[in-house]
Design a protein around this ligand. Structure first.
Ligand code: PEP
Length: 246
């Protein structure tokens, strides 16, 4: 039985003034022990957030695949860990679009994060053109093709995030979400075996909000959500956590 997991992605939002939102969100999470909750903040907010809510899972939104070196502006997994992060998002579609990251890059980052003991949320998802062409399953299968054969849910989570649904208010139909999550789980089983398929959580991401969360989170093979805009305030994120807690 996979526990539900709801993670917030604050993207390039958040100064210390917003820590009070994380404090409220963490208070709800503590009162709902049946669901795992995390917030992935900008690098500068990791240590202050960890200090504000000790024991609550604070993550990052990117990591470099190397341990150290001449990589101006980048950050290593050990640095994130030292700051207090316990998880990191890799392969988000905004990094694929803005920084031209590939799926190979995402899996290299995942390996570096895993080696440092960080939990990884690896994102996949198709563009609107790929969806319209009926290519969703092929695209996400290619994006997760480098999953290690020993992958397990204790260090890896996959987030299915249709690129056209992120920040747009649009979502796939419930049937489409369930079908794609089922296809991802089948691919995980093919590549990494039954233990991986049983333990790796597959989150839905893309315009999840308090109004649609309960229905999406109830779908088969949906183990939680990766939430952008609606994770920025306790007012919007808490109802999503409550929906996940059931
Ligand atoms: C995201 O950035 O991962 C995301 C799902 O964003 P939003 O919820 O705002 O669509």
């Amino acid at each position: 039985m996979r526990r539900k997991f709801v993670a917030g992605n604050w993207k390039m939002h958040g100064l210390k003034a917003q820590l009070k939102e994380i404090e409220s969100i963490a208070a709800t999470a503590t009162a709902k022990p049946g669901v795992d909750v995390a917030i992935c903040v900008p690098f500068t907010l990791i240590a202050p957030a960890v200090a504000a809510v000790p024991g609550f899972a604070i993550g990052a939104q990117d990591v470099h695949e190397s341990g150290s070196g001449a990589h101006t502006g980048c950050i290593s997994a050990e640095m994130l860990k030292e700051a207090g992060a316990t998880l990191v998002i890799v392969g988000h579609s905004e990094r694929r679009a803005d920084q031209h990251e590939t799926s190979h890059d995402a899996w290299a980052k995942a390996a570096a994060a895993r080696a440092a003991g960080l939990h990884v949320i690896l994102c996949c998802g198709e563009t609107e053109e790929e969806r319209d062409a009926g290519e969703t399953d092929r695209v996400v299968a290619a994006q997760i093709a480098e999953i290690p054969s020993d992958a397990r849910g204790d260090w890896l989570t996959i987030a299915y995030e249709p690129r056209w649904a992120i920040g747009t208010g649009k979502t796939p139909t419930e049937a489409e979400i369930a079908a794609t999550h089922g296809a991802i789980r089948a691919k995980v089983q093919e590549l990494a075996g039954a233990d991986a398929a049983d333990t790796i959580r597959i989150l839905y991401g893309g315009s999840m909000n308090p109004a649609n969360a309960a229905a999406i989170l109830a779908l088969s093979d949906v183990d939680g959500g990766l939430v952008g805009g609606a994770s920025l305030t306790a007012e919007k994120f808490v109802p999503i956590i409550e929906a996940a807690a059931g």
